[in-house]
Ligand binder design. Structure first.
Ligand code: FES
Length: 125
């Protein structure tokens, strides 16, 4: 049996709580990191942004055409770290709210992925 290509894999859009993701300091400030969690036979794709002393998680799916946000691994932010940038058609999002503030899905919003930090460890919430 051959393994399904990523695009053909079953997706899930939520995660159980308290899954350890990484040490918070593994993510630059400002910075971002992508995560893929295997849950049973399905996969969850999300990313976390760290900025201004806060963290925010989102499902890795652009509201414009549903593509994953980052073209390059873990590069979800503009070069100056001020906004989330979808690499496909240039939609930009506020890093801590996920609100689209420019581009083809202006007025749209990234879907939040609840995460938390406890004792310096980033976990699902
Ligand atoms: S898929 Fe993100 S801007 Fe088009």
């Amino acid at each position: 049996m051959t393994e399904a290509a990523p695009a053909d894999r079953k997706r899930v859009w939520t995660t159980p709580p308290n899954v350890v993701l990484c040490v918070l300091d593994d993510i630059a400030e400002p910075g971002s990191r992508g995560f893929v969690l295997q849950i049973g036979d399905a996969y969850f794709h999300g990313f976390v942004v760290r900025k201004d002393g806060e963290v925010a998680g989102y499902i890795d799916r652009c509201p414009h055409q549903g593509f994953p946000i980052a073209i390059e691994m873990d590069r979800y932010l503009t070069p100056d770290g001020s906004l989330i940038l979808c690499g496909w058609h240039g939609a930009v999002f506020a890093p801590l709210t996920g609100a689209c503030v420019g581009g083809p899905c202006a007025g749209g919003k990234l879907t939040p992925w609840p995460v938390k930090v406890e004792s310096g460890i980033l976990r699902t919430a």
